[in-house]
Design a protein around this ligand. Structure first.
Ligand SMILES: O=C(O)CCC(=O)C(=O)O
Length: 276
């Protein structure tokens, strides 16, 4: 006879155990262990709609600026680079979502900087540049005891099996190499999420967009936050006015971590730090 068999709670020989006090701790624990978790942004339906509208507005202007043929030729048509540099405060607010920052602070030891914020479009019935297995620190093969980089994929639309929600290979941030196809086929999972949620991933976990079998695009906004030793994908400090930013926003956008151009500049930066 088969029936429900609950997971035992008793242990023996366990000297250390993770504990969590909030849902955010739970998210962080799962990212540490499996490499991914779902996080609620806490946005209302109206706020999610605003992000969706702004996504479409910025994307339209972006394609007009850089040209459809050129973007297609570069396999860049399904990406909108550096969303927060295209005016308006919507995407800066998203990149500084309080729930997200709280989880990042639990995951990344010390300071972190927004390395990139890109709109990602999974088109119906077509391949796209994120529809292949990769790490968000691509070409890297190492294991780290705590994340050096974390990404947060904000779901502008619901992520469903049908529209090609993201596949993740659990715990692959803990292994150096990409696994065999057989292992991949047995162990990959497809993560469903609602519009307004983030899929948080250790940047070293292997993941891939799925095939979108619906008639509608599936839109997302990917953020990668990294310790300040990594250079940004696009220098955000050159495209955003510093005025009006809070100190925390400046730091998060990388204004405090710019590379000194000379020994003289380096010494000036040390003096600035010392004095203030
Ligand atoms: O579109 C997706 O589901 C995955 C996006 C992705 O892999 C990325 O932006 O790095």
């Amino acid at each position: 006879m088969s029936g429900f068999n609950s997971i035992p709670e008793a242990t023996y020989g366990v000297l250390r155990q993770d504990r969590f006090e909030s849902e955010l701790d739970e998210v962080a624990e799962q990212v540490r262990r499996l490499g991914y978790a779902i996080l609620d942004s806490g946005y209302t339906t109206i706020q999610i709609q605003e992000i969706s509208n702004e996504f479409d507005r910025v994307r339209g202007a972006y394609v007009q600026e850089w040209g459809e043929a050129r973007l297609k030729g570069l396999k860049e048509f399904h990406t909108v680079r550096a969303l927060l540099t295209h005016g308006g405060a919507t995407f800066l607010r998203l990149a500084t979502n309080p729930n997200l920052l709280a989880v990042l602070e639990m995951l990344i030891i010390g300071k972190f900087v927004l390395n990139q914020q890109n709109g990602v479009i999974n088109p119906p019935g077509e391949t796209y540049n994120q529809g292949a297995w990769h790490r968000d620190l691509p070409y890297q093969h190492y294991v780290s005891s705590s994340p050096l980089a974390v990404n947060a994929l904000f779901c502008v639309d619901d992520f469903t099996i049908e529209n090609g929600s993201t596949f993740v290979l659990p715990a692959s941030h803990k292994a150096i190499a990409f696994p065999s196809q057989k292992y991949l086929q047995k162990n990959a999972v497809q993560v469903e999420a609602k519009a307004g949620q983030f899929i948080i991933m250790d940047c070293m976990v292997f993941h891939s967009g799925g095939r979108n079998k619906t008639a509608l695009e599936r839109r997302a906004i990917n953020h990668a936050y990294m310790i300040p030793y990594f250079k940004q994908q696009i220098d955000l400090t050159k495209s955003i006015g510093v005025d009006g930013l809070t100190n925390e926003e400046r730091e998060m956008l990388g204004f405090n971590y710019q590379m000194p151009a000379s020994v003289g500049d380096y010494l000036i930066s040390r003096e600035k730090k010392k004095n203030g």
